[in-house]
Design a protein around this ligand. Structure first.
Ligand code: PGA
Length: 252
């Protein structure tokens, strides 16, 4: 089963109109020369429309979305329809920073996943274990709970049009990367768990790795059979680094 790799940049809370103009233009120009990889950038909300206007063949996604699909009295929130309206194609859901600092529970993440798809956007569902969970041997239990909450709420069919990102929390922004063996083991577990419900959907699903991916380690990570690209934080803020990682995706 061949899956086109996806390399997604998660800018987190970084940016300005000036930075967006430069970074998106450089990424769009570089990505235009790459075949065999899809490229996605996810700037903060205020810069999404600007990014869409400059992105060329690069897709633009949000870093979060409201769990409510319709408009209404939800001060401070942005729904999927609004993101779709301005040209976004994806939304990151359940990033560990949302789970840790903003109370995104497995149930809320599942509701956001459903709302994202209802708006016609592709959810990039993030799951990942904390260091103490890994050290106590609970990695698979944690990932299963995070995944199952969405499968139960949305149905396995929903994964036909979704992306999963495995991001071990201990590797995010720390400079510590999962080894290719560790990443492959977990990616195979995720795919296997979904394959128990639907083997075809699981075989087609793209599972990204995220956590301190850099130009120097991207190729070996993306070379793992069940790693289908990456979700890139820090290194997505420098066009040269991000494009080198996209290039590694194209070569995977
Ligand atoms: P990092 O972040 O690449 O800076 O580790 C990844 C992420 O949080 O998506």
């Amino acid at each position: 089963m061949s899956r086109t790799p996806l390399v997604a940049g998660n800018w987190k809370m970084h940016g300005s109109t000036e930075m967006t103009a430069g970074l998106v233009a450089e990424i769009a120009a570089g990505a235009a020369n790459l075949a065999g990889v899809e490229v996605l950038v996810c700037p903060p909300y205020p810069y999404l429309a600007q990014a869409v206007s400059l992105a060329g063949s690069v897709s633009v996604g949000a870093q979060d979305v409201c769990d409510q699909a319709g408009q209404g009295a939800y001060t401070g929130e942005v729904n999927g329809a609004m993101l779709k309206d301005i040209g976004c194609t994806h939304a990151i859901i359940g990033h560990s920073e949302r789970r840790q600092f903003y109370g995104d529970s497995n149930e809320l993440v599942a509701a956001k996943f459903i709302a994202t798809q209802a708006a016609g956007l592709v959810p990039v569902l993030c799951i990942g274990e904390m260091l103490e969970e890994r050290e106590s041997g609970n990695t698979e239990n944690v990932l299963a709970a995070q995944l199952d909450a969405v499968v139960q709420a949305a149905g396995i069919e929903a994964f036909a049009d979704a992306v999963v990102a495995y991001e071990p929390v201990w590797a995010i922004g720390t400079g510590k990367t999962a080894s290719p063996e560790q990443a492959q083991e977990v990616h195979a577990f995720i795919r296997g768990r979904l394959a128990d419900k639907d083997a075809t959907i699981a075989a087609r699903l793209r599972i990204l790795y995220g956590g301190s991916v850099k130009p120097g380690n991207a190729s070996e990570l993306f070379g793992c059979p069940d790693v289908d690209g990456g979700l890139i934080g820090g290194a997505s803020l420098k066009s040269e680094d991000f494009l080198a990682i996209c290039q590694a995706g194209a070569g995977a």
